[in-house]
Design a protein around this ligand. Structure first.
Ligand code: FAD
Length: 510
């Protein structure tokens, strides 16, 4: 790494500055959370020879995608650097996982770290709708019979459905649970793990752009104060999350034409999670407002993360402050509100907006996009971290092969790109059908004909099949309902993804 005058820099942590105590760290307790010591300093003087690369792979961003990429590459003996803008730990949205993450934790020998942190175990998922206020003034009686002719009680007036991961054996995953996490803790632990495996980690360094230098080894250009820092690498993995550094620079980013979701969230202390065996599940509470739902995620014994997800136009249309809008949404579910009222919000409300987009390509000559830097789909199924981890898993394989073959052109990364495209398309289709169904989705969870195939998706196994048959079946069912105004489900359909299924009725079900 060199500054603008070409002088090499001692690489130090954090952010090259003399290593000072961090804001959190060294056992600071916040809300009962124990933050482990900060990443210890790393330093190495880089060679003065500008013709050599500093690292084979430069990874921008140290979130789950970047840290896992660093860990996979370092484990394989590839020299790599992770350049992270923030100083960890820092808060982050995305606190509930799906079980496909476990494969990555196992491969990276990180499962024992997850266990040592005693993150809450997530055994399944629960969906609830208001027992009193019907979504869209819905007549549940009529829906019951039609939804589940063989079992009219399958969707009850309470409209509650649960699923447990252990119901379906998942190859390569030999525990019946995944985790909910404090992302401050989790991201720090994974980045530390990458470093322990041999990845270089630099925090506090804000990457500004990548200088691709006409097909030669690119420079990652960052700013440290008013100094420009250049890191020469053979190839770049952009894991900058929703900042989408390379996507913006190379103009690859396309806004999602359908999803324009908006979320407000915070942590509550002493929120009553409902007790019983499903207490540790993620809970998705449907609100009787179109396309709006609430997440309930346990963070530790005392803290529960609560978030409202809605369409941005609902928030803008309300003309309310973020705070008032958040509380008003929760009040729409009396049963939920009664529990929220007794709890105490312990963090400022955080907003997440404009988060659905795609990239026209995930790879190019000498670069790959990982995790959110490649694609963001709505978080309804807790998919983001799993996609980030899996993208690192698949990308690292191609990168290791490409470096060995000395071929860093786009085609060397095609297995990664095709696999990720397949996976995120399946997630996207699943989410699209979900938003059309809204609470009727629970029918497919409760119907034995669909349950295990739906569970496979909920477990995060979406990368192998081009189009999982259960998705085609669900799409076909929705298309039938769309085309039949007298169908008892018709008036309950959500409007967000309306007409997406117009052509699915005649489609072959694979
Ligand atoms: C409302 C909402 C709810 C969600 N809920 C869930 C959930 O329950 N479960 C789930 O799995 N996912 C969830 N997600 C998604 C999840 O947050 C992300 O998918 C996940 O964090 C992606 O990991 P990543 O490593 O790709 O990006 P990130 O975790 O965002 O990490 C990117 C890193 O890059 C760094 N960075 C950015 N720019 C630069 C730069 N210029 N230079 C250096 N570093 C940089 C950032 O500081 C950050 O640390 C949710 C998302 C939203 C919006």
């Amino acid at each position: 790494m060199r500054d603008s005058s070409g002088r090499s820099l001692a690489r130090c942590h954090p952010g090259f500055a003399p290593c000072e105590p961090r804001a959190h760290g060294d056992g600071v307790h916040e809300l009962g959370l124990f933050y482990p010591p900060a990443l210890p300093p790393q330093s190495r003087v880089i060679s003065q020879d500008m013709s050599q690369v500093d690292f084979d792979v430069g990874i921008i961003g140290g979130g789950p995608a970047g840290a896992a990429m660093g860990a996979y590459l370092a484990k394989a003996g590839v020299s790599c650097v992770v350049l992270e803008r923030d100083i960890f730990p820092r808060p982050h949205v995305g606190e509930s996982f799906v079980p496909s993450s476990t494969r990555i934790f196992k491969e990276l020998d990180f499962l024992r770290v997850m266990e040592a942190h005693h993150f809450p175990k997530k055994y399944g998922a629960t969906w609830t709708a208001s027992p009193t206020v019907r979504p869209y003034s819905m007549d549940w009686k009529g829906v019951d019979g039609d939804c589940a002719p063989s079992d009219p009680s399958a969707i009850t007036a309470e409209s509650r459905a649960d699923i447990r991961f252990e119901e379906r054996a998942q190859p390569g995953v030999d525990q019946p649970y995944t985790y909910h996490v404090d992302r401050g803790l989790f991201d720090l632990a994974l980045l530390q793990h990458a470093r322990d495996l041999g990845a270089h980690v630099v925090e506090g360094l804000d990457v500004k752009h990548v200088d691709f230098r006409d097909g030669q080894d690119p420079d990652i250009v960052a700013k440290l104060g008013n100094k420009e820092i250049r890191t020469r690498v053979r190839l770049v993995a952009d894991a900058s999350g929703r900042k989408t550094l390379l996507g913006n620079q190379l103009k690859l980013k396309v806004s999602d034409p359908v999803f324009d979701q908006y979320a407000l969230h915070t942590w509550f202390e002493d929120f009553d999670r409902g007790g019983g065996t499903t207490e540790s599940n993620i809970h998705i509470h449907f609100l009787p407002i179109t396309n709006t739902w609430v997440w309930q995620i346990p963070i530790n014994d005392r803290i529960t993360s609560i978030g409202v997800v809605t369409q941005k136009k609902n928030f803008l249309g309300s003309k309310e402050s973020r705070e008032k809008f958040f509380w008003d949404c929760l009040k729409k579910r009396e049963d939920l509100w009664a529990r929220v009222e007794k709890a105490r919000a312990v963090r400022p409300l955080k907003e997440e907006a404009d988060y659905s987009y795609a990239m026209t390509q995930f790879t190019g000559d000498r670069f790959l996009l990982l995790g959110d830097a490649a694609r963001f789909v709505d978080p309804i199924f807790s998919t983001g971290v799993s996609i980030a981890l899996n993208s690192a898993r698949f990308a690292s394989r191609d990168v290791i092969g490409a470096l060995a073959a000395g071929s860093l052109e786009r085609q060397s990364f095609s297995t990664f790109e095709n696999t990720m495209r397949r996976g995120v398309k399946n997630w996207y289709d699943f989410i699209t059908v979900y938003y059309r169904l809204n609470v009727l989705f629970t029918y497919f969870v409760q119907n034995p004909a669909y349950r295990l195939d739906v569970l496979k998706l909920l477990q995060g196994d979406v990368y192998e099949e081009e189009a999982p048959p259960v998705l085609s079946l669900m799409q076909k069912k929705v298309a039938e309902v769309e085309q039949n105004p007298n169908h008892v489900w018709h008036r309950v359909l959500g409007d967000l993804t309306a007409n997406t299924f117009r052509n699915a009725a005649g489609a072959n079900v694979r």
